[in-house]
Design a protein around this ligand. Structure first.
Ligand SMILES: [Zn+2]
Ligand SMILES: [Zn+2]
Length: 269
C-alpha cells in the first residue's frame, strides 16, 4: 500500500489534522485533495501571471484527481492503483483522471454527462499544458477554473457527501462559489443568444424536439474562451455566442482542433 494512504496519527500526536469542522474524520487522500484545492485557488486568485495561472490550474486538476481517488478508495483501497492485477507496492502507479472516471462508472458511480464532459476537458487541457505549452488566455483560464470548481462542488457534496464549507475557510470559498455562479449565468446567456439566432435562421426548429436544428452541423469550440458556442459559416467571420464577438478561427484538418488564425497551431497528431 502507498505510504500516503496510511493515517499518520500516533499516541503522542496531539494535533488532530484529520477532523473536519463538522466533526467527521477525514481520510489522508481527501485531506490532500482539499490542500491542493486551497493552494491552487489561493494562488490563482492572488496572481494573474502566465506562470502562476499554469501552476494553479494544474494544482486544482490534481485536487480533482484526488477526489475521484477518494471515492475509489472508499469503495476498495486497491481501486486507486492503475494495475490491480499486479502486486501493489509503494512504487505502484495510481489511476489517472480518465481511468478513474471509467472505474467509477464500472462500480456504479456514473457521473452526469455535463460533469463527465468537464473532466474530459480538464484532461485534454492538462495534456496541452504538460506536453505542448500553456497557451495563455485569460478568458479560457477563468472558464477552466470555473468548470473545475463546478465539478469539485458537485462531486464533494453529492458523491463524497461532505460539504466543502466544512473544510475550507469562507474567505476563500466565497469567491470560488461566485466563479461558478458567474460561469453558469454566462452559459445561460450564451445559450439564449444561440437559440435566438438559430430560431431566426431556422424558424421551423422546435427545440423541444431536437437539440439543434436538423440542417445545422453543430457548434465548435471557441479558441478564445474554449466554450462550445462557436458557429462557423453563417456570419462574415466565425462567431462565438459566449464571447459575443467574431473570432478569427481556423480548423486544423488533421486533428479537428479550432485555433486562432493569428497563433501557430502545434498539431498533437
Ligand atoms: Zn468564445
Ligand atoms: Zn491539428
Amino acid at each position: 500500500m502507498g505510504e500516503a494512504l496510511q493515517p499518520t496519527t500516533t499516541m503522542t500526536d496531539t494535533s488532530e489534522p484529520h477532523v473536519a469542522k463538522s466533526g467527521e474524520s477525514i481520510s489522508p487522500i481527501f485531506e490532500n485533495a482539499i490542500d491542493s484545492l486551497r493552494i491552487g485557488m489561493d494562488f490563482f486568485q492572488r496572481n494573474s501571471s502566465y506562470s502562476s495561472h499554469k501552476h494553479a490550474i494544474l494544482t486544482v486538476f490534481h485536487a480533482i484527481e484526488l477526489l475521484l481517488k477518494e471515492q475509489l478508495h472508499r469503495t476498495n483501497p486497491i481501486l486507486i492503483y492503475k494495475d490491480i492485477d499486479k502486486k501493489v507496492t509503494d512504487n505502484s502507479f495510481t489511476v489517472g483522471l480518465a481511468d478513474a472516471i471509467t472505474r467509477l462508472e464500472n462500480i456504479g458511480s456514473k457521473l452526469p454527462d455535463d460533469q463527465k464532459k468537464i473532466v474530459e476537458k480538464i484532461q485534454s487541457r492538462r495534456n496541452r499544458i504538460e506536453h505542448h505549452r500553456h497557451d495563455y488566455k485569460e478568458a479560457e483560464d477563468e472558464n477552466i477554473i470555473a468548470e473545475a470548481l463546478k465539478f469539485i462542488f458537485y462531486f464533494t457534496e453529492f458523491v463524497l457527501e461532505t460539504r466543502l464549507e466544512d473544510h475550507i475557510d469562507h474567505a476563500l470559498i466565497r469567491p470560488m462559489k461566485q466563479r461558478v455562479m458567474q460561469y453558469n449565468e454566462l452559459q445561460a446567456v450564451a445559450e439564449f443568444r444561440f437559440e435566438t439566432w438559430a430560431t431566426n435562421q431556422w424558424p421551423k426548429w422546435e427545440k423541444t424536439v431536437e437539440d439543434i436544428p436538423d440542417e445545422f452541423e453543430g457548434t465548435y469550440d471557441c479558441p478564445e474562451c474554449r466554450q462550445s458556442w462557436l458557429v462557423i459559416g453563417y456570419h462574415p467571420k466565425p462567431f462565438c455566442f459566449w464571447c459575443n464577438v467574431p473570432v478569427d478561427t481556423k480548423i486544423c484538418e488533421n486533428c479537428g482542433i479550432t485555433y486562432l488564425v493569428k497563433t501557430e497551431h502545434i498539431c498533437p497528431l
